[in-house]
Design a binder for this molecule. Structure first.
Ligand SMILES: Nc1ncnc2c1ncn2[C@@H]1O[C@H](COP(=O)(O)OP(=O)(O)O)[C@@H](O)[C@H]1O
Ligand SMILES: [Mg+2]
Length: 249
C-alpha cells in the first residue's frame, strides 16, 4: 500500500527543554490506514502531531506527504499541505468561535478552499449530515451543543476541505464513554466513505484497540513499540508497553 505520510528522524528540542520532546521518530501512515499513537501525558504526542502538520518546525528530520518533502515547505506548498492534513483537537468548543453559529465556521472552511458562496449552504448541510448532525445545527451556537455534537461539527469542518489525512489529537478524551464510542464509529464510517487516513492520538489503549489498524507507543519522545493492537496488547516488547498494558487491562 502507498504511504500518505512518512516521517524520518523527526526531532524537536524546545529552547526551554533539556531533552528532546520528540526524539528521532520515524514512522509512516499508509493510505486508508488508521494509525494509533498512544503514550502517557507529556511523552510528546501533540508535539509530534504539530511537527508533521508543520505547525512547528522540527530541529531535525524530514516529513514527506504523498512523496513530497514538506519539511521546509512555505507559502503555496505549505497551504496545500495544510489542506491535505486536518486536525481535530481535544476541546471541541475551543475550535469554534463562540459568537458565531456552527454553520459559519464550517462555511469559512469551505470559503477558504474556494467553494463559491452559492454552494456553501448546501455543502454545510451535507457535511453535518455526514457527521450524523441535522442540517438545522448549522444555526446553533457552540454552547448549544453537547461536547459530542460539537466534536462531530468540528469533524465536519475538518472534512470541508477534503483532507487525505485526519489527525485526531485526544479528540475523544474530553467526552463521556458513550460520546467517545459515537465519535469512533463516525470516524470508522467516514474513513471508509472518504478514503481517509487517520492518525488517532490518545491514551486509552482499549479504544485504540477497537479502532486502529496499527499502533505506535511513545515514551519520553521516542517510539518504543509498533504493531497491530493485538500484537502490542498480547505480546508487548518494551518494558514501558508491558507496564502500560498491565495498567490498562
Ligand atoms: N511550546 C513548548 N515549549 C516548551 N516545551 C514544550 C512545548 N510544547 C510541549 N513542550 C514539552 O514537550 C513535552 C511533550 O509535550 P506534548 O507533546 O504536549 O505531550 P503529550 O501530547 O504526549 O501530552 C512536554 O515535556 C512538554 O512540556
Ligand atoms: Mg497532547
Amino acid at each position: 500500500m502507498k504511504e500518505i505520510l512518512k516521517a524520518e528522524g523527526l526531532t524537536k528540542v524546545f529552547e526551554s527543554g533539556q531533552h528532546a520532546a520528540v526524539d528521532s521518530v520515524s514512522f509512516q501512515i499508509l493510505e486508508g490506514e488508521t494509525l494509533g499513537l498512544v503514550g502517557e501525558s507529556g511523552c510528546g504526542k501533540s508535539t509530534l502531531a504539530r511537527l508533521i502538520t508543520r505547525l512547528i518546525d522540527p530541529s531535525a528530520g524530514t516529513i514527506r506527504l504523498n512523496g513530497i518533502d514538506i519539511t521546509k515547505a512555505k507559502g503555496k506548498a505549505l497551504r496545500e499541505a495544510y489542506r491535505q492534513m486536518q486536525m481535530v483537537f481535544q476541546s471541541p468548543m475551543a475550535s469554534f468561535d463562540p459568537r458565531r453559529p456552527i454553520g459559519y465556521g464550517i462555511g469559512e472552511a469551505l470559503k477558504n478552499s474556494g467553494v463559491p458562496k452559492a454552494e456553501r449552504k448546501q455543502r454545510v448541510a451535507g457535511l453535518l449530515e455526514q457527521c450524523d448532525l441535522s442540517p438545522a445545527y448549522a444555526r446553533r451556537y457552540p454552547h448549544e451543543l453537547s461536547g459530542g455534537q460539537c466534536q462531530r461539527a468540528a469533524i465536519a469542518r475538518a472534512l470541508a476541505v477534503r483532507p487525505r489525512l485526519l489527525i485526531c489529537d485526544e479528540a475523544t478524551s474530553s467526552l463521556d464513554v458513550m460520546a467517545q464510542h459515537q465519535i469512533v464509529e463516525l470516524l470508522r464510517t467516514l474513513k471508509q466513505k472518504n478514503r481517509l487516513s487517520i492518525l488517532f492520538i490518545g491514551h486509552n489503549l482499549a479504544l485504540v484497540q477497537s479502532f486502529c489498524d496499527r499502533v505506535l507507543v511513545m515514551h519520553e519522545g521516542k517510539i518504543v513499540e509498533e504493531g497491530t493492537p493485538d500484537q502490542v496488547i498480547r505480546s508487548p516488547q518494551s518494558d514501558y508497553t508491558k507496564r502500560m498494558v498491565e495498567a490498562a487491562f
